[in-house]
Design a binder for this molecule. Structure first.
Ligand code: MBD
Ligand code: FE
Length: 283
């Protein structure tokens, strides 16, 4: 990675992720507290922590360091990043138990709602000099019974060729490589974009600091994020990866699945094309 002064800092992207989360419906507190549920889940979490302390004979200095660390995560605005990287994949695994649609994957911290709505065939908004291998993703959105879903929405977001997300890196224009692509009357879509680079968790913040302290690498394989929606159907949140890509077998966020790996082919002019169909469960 280059070390120009425009390189986004963890503080910048982490704080923006906290703002974005608070602005989303995901941040809304439930209206009524289910005391029994809170007791059960929080009790189970604490039981796990208590047992880890016993098993590993955690010391007072380690306990105090943990408190200091957690304070830093909050002050740096990195709770969404830390939790999405280390925990979300198991929440997704549980959600997937009731899904028969296209395989899902984690949402992550960099989704932004209300992006440009684009009829298919669409090109994701990008800078005039956007770097990266051109990629055309096409396919169909269908219900699990095979019915094509007209005017389904593919809400897509991705990093650029340097691994940065618009909205979370000050040098990128708002809405860059983000868009909501609408399928045609036969449920088909075609989206032109560029192949993203692998994503590195910012190494200058507390999440990156923890990974470094543990000796774990900070990388996610290159990926496209998608949320696919259609009336009367359950929305699927997923990610698509690239065959042969670095970090595919050691994603720091544990969010890859073999069914989600694309194998784009050069159509002859340096543009890579690939087909991927999505199926949605009826609501
Ligand atoms: C990402 O780009 C991402 O997709 C996830 C899940 C976590 C951190 C950065
Ligand atoms: Fe991502």
């Amino acid at each position: 990675m280059s070390t120009t002064e425009t390189a986004p800092t963890a503080a910048g992207s982490g704080a923006s992720a906290t703002e974005a989360f608070r602005a989303s419906s995901g941040g809304r507190a439930p209206g009524q507290v289910d005391h029994e549920r809170v007791s059960t889940v929080v009790g189970a979490v604490l039981k796990g922590i208590h047992q880890a302390i016993r098993d590993e004979e955690v010391t007072y200095p380690e306990f105090q360091a943990a408190k200091e660390y957690l304070i830093e995560v909050g002050e740096g605005g990195e709770w969404p990043l830390l939790l999405d990287v280390l925990v979300e994949h198991v929440v997704e695994e549980v959600a997937a138990r009731t899904q028969t649609c296209t395989k899902g994957s984690i949402l992550g911290p960099y989704y932004l709602p209300d992006q440009a709505r684009l009829d298919t065939p669409a090109t994701l908004p990008q800078r005039p000099d956007e770097q990266g291998t051109p990629l055309v993703l096409s396919g169909e959105v269908r219900s699990t019974d095979g019915t094509p879903l007209a005017r389904a929405e593919l809400d897509m977001w991705q990093a650029d060729e340097q691994g940065y997300y618009s909205g979370f890196a000050p040098h990128l224009p708002d809405g860059n490589l983000r868009g909501v692509v609408v399928t045609d009357d036969q449920g088909r879509f075609e989206i032109s974009t560029i192949q993203p680079a692998p994503y590195q968790i910012p190494t200058d913040g507390p999440t990156g600091g923890l990974l470094e302290a543990a000796g774990w690498h900070p990388w996610r394989p290159a990926h496209l994020h998608l949320m696919v929606r259609a009336p009367g159907h359950r929305t699927v949140t997923t990610q698509l990866y690239f065959d042969g890509g670095e970090w595919l077998d050691s994603d720091v966020a544990s969010a890859t699945k073999p069914e989600l790996v694309l194998k784009p082919a050069d159509r002859g002019d340096g543009t890579f094309t690939v087909r991927y169909d999505f199926t949605l469960d009826p609501a």
